[in-house]
Design a protein around this ligand. Structure first.
Ligand SMILES: C[S@@+](CC[C@H](N)C(=O)[O-])C[C@H]1O[C@@H](n2cnc3c(N)ncnc32)[C@H](O)[C@@H]1O
Length: 139
């Protein structure tokens, strides 16, 4: 699916980042294109936040299918690993309380270590969480 850049979202994100008062550069665009242009210092470890639109990937019975978000979370992890094979990476991935079992297995095959933390903010079964995964190191 082709990525459509939303200037309103960009403005909101820009304001949020400004409030943090940290040296963060916001680069708008399709992540696949931006990834090709990035020239990151050779030895830096990377922290990658992954929260793509879920689209139709969420099924209340099967859970969130990490292969069917738009773009697929599994593709994002694979692309990052391919672009930066020698870096230590920490992925922080927004997930749902229930995750499709096969898609979780596929994701786990792309990382060296992972854990999931679900936040108890909603009714049981409908909470969001963070899946942490690493490549090139283990905590
Ligand atoms: C669920 S929102 C996450 C928002 C984010 N957590 C934040 O606080 O700004 C999904 C975001 O992914 C962006 N997105 C979708 N496809 C993308 C792509 N191919 N490359 C870069 N961003 C993309 C959308 O524009 C949207 O802003």
């Amino acid at each position: 699916m082709r990525f459509e850049f939303d200037p309103n979202v960009y403005q909101l994100t820009r304001q949020n980042i400004a409030d943090l008062d940290r040296p963060i550069e916001l680069i708008p665009g399709d992540y696949t294109v931006v990834l090709d242009r990035l020239d990151l210092p050779t030895h830096d470890a990377l922290i990658v936040f992954v929260a793509p639109p879920w689209g139709t990937a969420l099924d209340e019975v099967e859970g969130l299918d990490l292969r069917r978000t738009e773009p697929p979370i599994t593709d994002i992890i694979a692309r990052m690993a391919h672009a930066y094979p020698d870096r230590r990476m920490l992925f922080a991935i927004q997930v749902y309380e229930k995750v499709n079992v096969d898609s979780m297995a596929e994701l786990k095959s792309k990382v060296d270590w992972s854990t999931v933390k679900t936040y108890d903010l909603n009714v049981r079964g409908r909470n969001h969480g963070i899946l942490l995964g690493t490549r090139g190191w283990r905590p």
